[in-house]
Write a protein that binds this ligand. Structure first.
Ligand code: GRF
Length: 224
């Protein structure tokens, strides 16, 4: 049975977002920073990390947000980890789960508990470069452009419908680190924007497609 999910749709309050992290949490910080603007239509109710040392946990505490650790090393299988994670998430009855540098692959049962209510940020122009080490692979291929994507999460890794992207040019002098830094700056722009659209009921996943402002599209919005 699907857990009860609150949303701005049914109770006329702010969308409650639970953010899942594994590390530094700079995307989490961008999301938290957005909630401090007066017109922000969402709130972060909890931050959950699989990694007890994730710096993002400090960022959340500093902002007065509940934190939880569900350590994958303390669970004998992915299914058991996913179940423990779902229990922690469901304590907050969020309207949206935002994966922000969350480095565990979630199984189909977990994803199926929250249909159309999980987003992820990925450092490439999906469907190009799913998976890890995107910046190294982009440079190795001599690609001319790179970027970041926010997408809805479906059971297949990095393959859910893409909501919004931002591009950066690849420069001759780029290293993986310089390229990653420019892409990350774009991630910090597009992730809060996608969450806002969702909170404002402008954005949904319908029949496996992104629907933004009533228009179903196979092409993601590009933010300049
Ligand atoms: C980001 O590039 C994100 O797209 C990727 O991991 C990085 C996490 O950065 N999945 P941060 O933890 O948000 O700083």
């Amino acid at each position: 049975m699907e857990p009860k999910m609150s949303s701005s749709n049914d109770d006329n309050t702010w969308l409650q977002v639970v953010v899942l992290i594994s590390g530094n949490g700079s995307n989490l910080q961008a999301i938290i920073d957005d909630t401090t603007t007066p017109d922000c239509p969402f709130a972060v109710s909890a931050v959950i990390s699989n990694n007890p040392r994730a710096y993002g946990l400090e960022r959340a505490k500093r902002a007065g947000i509940d934190t939880r650790v569900v350590n994958h090393l303390e669970h004998p299988s992915r299914q058991r980890f996913d179940l423990a994670l779902a229990r922690a998430v469901d304590e907050y009855t969020p309207g949206l789960l935002a994966l922000a540098g969350f480095m565990r692959v979630l199984g189909p049962e977990f994803v199926g508990r929250y249909p159309g209510r999980i987003m992820n940020i990925h450092p490439s122009l999906l469907p190009r470069y799913p998976g890890l080490n995107t910046h190294v692979r982009v440079l190795a291929d001599g690609a001319g452009e790179h970027g970041a994507s926010v997408h809805f999460v479906t059971p297949e890794l990095d393959a859910g419908p893409v909501i919004v992207q931002a591009t950066v040019p690849v420069l001759d002098k780029d290293t993986p680190d310089t390229l990653a830094a420019r892409v990350l700056a774009q991630e910090h722009r597009i992730y809060p924007q996608a969450i806002r659209w969702f909170a404002e009921d402008r954005l949904r996943m319908k029949a496996g497609r992104v629907r933004l402002d009533g228009v179903s599209s196979t092409r993601p919005t590009r933010l300049q």
